[in-house]
Design a protein around this ligand. Structure first.
Ligand code: SF4
Ligand code: SF4
Length: 149
């Protein structure tokens, strides 16, 4: 009799995943690469803007020079399983945050629906709606807030 094996993100913790599983979790939304603002009066609040990191491709939502990104963006954060308890700063739709919080992946996630473009088709990503970093003065980022976490 065939054995039904549940999806790896339901039976493994982030720490237990192999590299391929870990990498495949990313839905490619690019939201974590958007510029963020902190609230001086509320240290726990992070505001996401539609202003993109200078290396983010505004249409594909992918880093345009991932291998060398630290040369251009020294504070780029590389997510690791060891950081899982600190994933509250990530977008609520981020697969790493969802799994870290014991949640399932959404229906549009490519591991669930099989379509890597679904994240763009259903409007989770900001593909085509982002602003280039050098097109908006830092003091104007506040005008482009899209959500807070
Ligand atoms: S927010 Fe999460 S799922 Fe989206 S690109 Fe960043 S790491 Fe990947
Ligand atoms: S350097 Fe690349 S991976 Fe890092 S935030 Fe910018 S676009 Fe994202």
């Amino acid at each position: 009799m065939a054995q039904i094996v549940s999806a790896f993100w339901k039976r493994k913790t982030l720490e237990q995943m192999d590299r391929q599983e870990w990498e495949s979790l990313c839905d490619g939304c690019g939201l974590c690469c958007l510029q963020k603002l902190e609230d001086e009066d509320d240290a726990s609040a992070i505001y996401y803007t539609r202003v993109a990191c200078k290396l983010l491709d505004l249409n594909t939502c992918r880093c345009s020079d991932y291998a060398n990104r630290r040369r251009h963006v020294p504070d780029c954060v590389q997510l690791t399983p060891a950081m899982a308890e600190e994933f509250a700063w990530l977008p609520p739709t981020c697969a790493y945050r969802l799994v870290a919080e014991g949640e399932d992946l959404p229906p549009w996630h490519h591991l669930v629906c099989g379509d890597p473009q679904a994240v763009h088709k259903v409007g989770i990503s900001q593909a085509g709606r982002m602003l280039a970093e050098d097109s908006v003065a830092n003091e104007d980022w506040e005008e482009h807030i899209i959500f807070r976490v």
